[in-house]
Design a protein around this ligand. Structure first.
Ligand code: PSU
Ligand code: MN
Length: 321
């Protein structure tokens, strides 16, 4: 159906301001009111080691296609926000050593200097919204870091969720963060957090953090309806769809908690801070758990991609109605 799945820049279309490049397959799907799922690239460039990152990126795109939706992996390439990457571009991001991790504060500089960069949840949301995409699948959102009362390290993802209307499917947030504070900030910012088939916040590698959520939905249709209403409210931001890692792939909370404590102690000893913190902890956790955390990470990202594609499909039907 999509003969030009492998695209290169010269065939890409542009948005009205000539700022972003959208792969034709993605642009066609959006124009036809077909479901599209945005995907981030920080998880590829900084969240997982090669070759797992590339294999996962490809598999996630395939899973989304199998659900009848079009995947749109997002990155900045030579200063161009790019929506829908070719195989070569995915490979480049998965292997390049010098790709920046771009948060919202970095975007204007990256564009002006024609830099390459991987997009976080925050910047993927920003670009996806500009491209007209409504649904985004990721692993975990950033949040309030432990010790934030001293460091003030609160991910820009939370503020982006407050201002940008996308449905973000994630497995909650990792226990490298302060999860109770993360939920408090999301409440303050007015971001709905809806558990998919759960009454508690999933904790990324573990199915639950034990923290109660106020909203739950059990089907893609209910989730799409909630997001549809959020958008109709106007001037509202995103919705977090918190989808637990499948039971069979989850890590026991006790095992992961110990690994997190160790990784955090190592980060402190090494003087890691700011944007280096999340990639450092992810890499250390994979080592400490002998790859178990990575396997869980891959499984939950795939699980989120499938749910996101289903939500996007239902949303298209709601919009057409
Ligand atoms: N959570 C993960 N893997 C990741 C990230 C989060 O499980 O790779 C990435 C996402 O791109 C997220 C970013 O937006 O880390 C948050 O970084 P920071 O804490 O520096 O805002
Ligand atoms: Mn931070």
């Amino acid at each position: 159906m999509y003969a030009h799945a492998m695209t290169s820049h010269q065939f890409q279309t542009e948005d009205a301001d000539n700022l972003i490049a959208i792969a034709p397959e993605v642009a066609d799907a959006l124009a036809a009111g077909q479901p599209v799922v945005a995907l981030e690239s920080t998880i590829i460039a900084h969240g997982m080691p090669f070759p797992d990152n590339l294999e996962t990126a490809r598999q996630v795109e395939t899973l989304i296609r199998d659900e009848g939706a079009v995947p749109a992996t997002i990155a900045v390439l030579k200063g161009r926000p790019t929506v829908g990457l070719s195989e070569a571009e995915l490979h480049y991001l998965a292997t390049a050593k010098d790709v920046a991790k771009l948060s919202r504060r970095d975007m204007a500089v990256a564009l002006a200097r024609r830099l390459d960069g991987a997009t976080t949840v925050a910047t993927t949301m920003m670009i996806a919204h500009r491209a007209g995409i409504s649904v985004f699948a990721t692993g975990g959102i950033g949040g309030v870091h432990r010790g934030a009362e001293g460091s003030f390290d609160v991910s820009a993802d939370l503020h982006e969720l407050a201002r940008t209307p996308l449905a973000v499917v994630c497995a909650g947030a990792k226990s490298i963060l302060d999860l109770p504070k993360t939920l408090e900030v999301l409440e303050t910012l007015g971001v709905p957090v809806v558990g998919h088939g759960t009454d508690t916040l999933p904790a990324f590698y573990a199915t639950t953090s034990g923290l109660a959520l106020h909203h739950r939905a059990d089907t893609p249709a209910e989730l799409a309806e909630i997001f549809h209403c959020q958008r109709r409210l106007g001037d509202a931001g995103g919705v977090v769809i918190a989808n637990p890692v499948p039971e069979a792939d989850a890590l026991p909370a006790r095992r992961i908690d110990k690994a997190v404590e160790d990784a955090l102690a190592e980060a402190q000893a090494a003087g890691i801070e700011g944007k280096e913190m999340t990639p450092f902890l992810l890499a250390r956790l994979a080592d400490i758990t002998a790859g178990e955390s990575l396997r869980a990470n891959i499984a939950l990202v795939k699980n989120n991609a499938v749910l996101a594609a289903r939500v996007a499909s239902t949303l298209c039907r709601l919009q057409a109605a």
